[in-house]
Design a binder for this molecule. Structure first.
Ligand code: PMP
Length: 423
């Protein structure tokens, strides 16, 4: 038992699957204190889209610290915040025809979701939120209430209310259009659903098992809620900042959500940072009505501003598209090689999943991959999906090495499974 295991609460999680002592990190690799390198296909659960310690971001941060840049300022004016907002408007919002106001909540994803839910309720004067099956939005009470996972929900210890779960795209099989169910419920005053303030969704459910909503479904959903005067909140905490290709995951669906939550890769450097984007007409906050000590952390503004240079052109998006095609093809081939595992491939951009019929397989593959020098996680309510989340900046060579490791790990588990079935 090491010092951390002795002292840290039983609540610790990821260190149980990857029980080595990391000391440093660069690009697509985490490195242990005794020098073993692990290829990181987890990327901090979507925090490290530009890899670990990106040299350009690190230089900007070091320069800021070296010159005694303000670290903490509550939400007073700072040059770091000014520069971030100017660049974010110039590089991200303006070219996309978006005129969102920006709110800086506390620095984590769940802080952004809580602020978004409060705002939607304040704007509409309604309480109910529609949330999707297998959605994941964070661990504080408001976010848990819109999260599907019953294990996480039960940790709340109090009733989680004012939310109605509705089926995500594909939840009832390919032949059932879940939107027509939702539409019927909304149209019918006898359905039992009080008129909601908002619908919250992930366009690709990450923790929920890499469930991808089709663009057509998203477009129709946006139209449906608009018709009913219900706000659309997109939680782009995990799949925003280029994870699916474009900066915002919802861009290809041609929709403009009322409220957007971003965090994880926003600072680009692993520094905690979140924001809520809202259409200007929804900016009904009173000054200080939703505050907090660590809103908009200046070092994170600095690295986030530097990270926006990735978005001066569409090179990163094109790179993600090309890599996504290669990954999907390779995963299909792996699935074909071991039909006994009943594996299927799903995903968009650089969030890809390999789902297995036998719910024990994905964790076993993750463990085999770890033995071979890779960090890769599972997702889904029973951890039934191996989730590939490499940095967007992963090199072609690293991608090949990673896919080779995944193939070897799957084959090792398939071999074991065959032995088990023979015995
Ligand atoms: N929303 C989504 C879509 C997420 O994936 C997560 C975290 N996995 C959160 C919200 C919560 O973010 P945080 O853990 O930073 O509170």
């Amino acid at each position: 038992m090491n010092t951390i295991e002795r002292h840290e609460s039983e609540v610790r999680g990821y260190c149980r699957a990857f029980p080595v002592m990391f000391k440093s990190a660069e690009g697509s690799h985490l490195i242990t204190e005794d020098g073993k390198r692990y290829l990181d296909f987890f990327a901090g659960a979507g925090v490290l889209n530009y890899g670990h310690n990106h040299p350009r971001l690190k230089a900007a941060l070091l320069d800021y610290i070296e010159h005694n840049g303000v670290t903490h300022s509550l939400d007073m004016f700072t040059t770091a915040k000014r520069d971030f907002l100017a660049r974010f408007n110039e590089v991200i919002l303006k070219p996309r025809g978006l005129d969102y106001k920006v709110q800086f909540p506390g620095p984590t994803g769940t802080n952004a979701v809580e602020a978004a839910l409060k705002l939607a309720r304040k704007v509409t004067g309604r309480e109910r939120i529609l949330a999707f099956t297998n959605g994941f939005h964070g661990m504080t009470l408001g976010s848990l209430a819109v999260t599907g996972n019953s294990f996480k929900r039960s940790g709340a210890g109090v009733p989680l209310g004012n939310v109605t779960p509705v089926p995500f795209d594909g939840y009832l099989g390919d032949d059932v259009d879940t939107l027509s169910y939702i539409e019927a419920m909304l149209n019918d005053a006898g359905s039992g659903i009080d008129k909601p303030a908002a619908v919250i969704l992930e366009t690709v459910q990450a923790e929920g098992g890499v469930n991808v909503a089709s663009f057509e479904w998203l477009t129709r959903l946006a139209k449906l809620v608009k018709r009913h005067d219900i706000l659309l909140i997109v939680d782009d905490v995990q799949v925003g900042c280029g994870r699916t290709g474009p900066f915002f995951s919802f861009e290809p669906a041609g929709i403009k959500p009322d409220i957007v939550c971003l965090s994880k890769s926003l600072s680009g450097y692993g520094l905690p940072f979140a924001l809520v984007l809202m259409k200007p007409e929804h900016d009904v906050w009173e000054p200080g009505e939703h505050n907090g000590t660590f809103r908009g952390h200046n070092p994170a503004f600095v690295t986030a501003t530097a990270a926006l240079d990735f978005w001066n052109d569409d090179k990163l998006t094109k790179d993600v598209d090309a890599k996504a095609t290669r990954i999907a093809q390779r995963l299909q081939a792996i699935a074909k090689r071991c039909p006994s595992l009943g594996a299927t491939v799903r995903g968009r951009g650089l969030i890809q999943g390999l789902a297995f019929e036998d719910k024990t397989v994905a964790n076993a593959v993750s463990a085999e991959a770890f033995k071979r020098g890779m960090i890769i996680e599972t997702a889904g309510i029973d951890d039934e999906v191996l989730k590939l989340l490499p940095p967007l900046t992963v090199s072609d060579e690293e991608l090949n090495v990673g896919l080779d490791i995944i193939e070897a790990a799957v084959m090792a588990v398939a071999g074991g499974a065959k032995e088990r079935s023979v015995a």
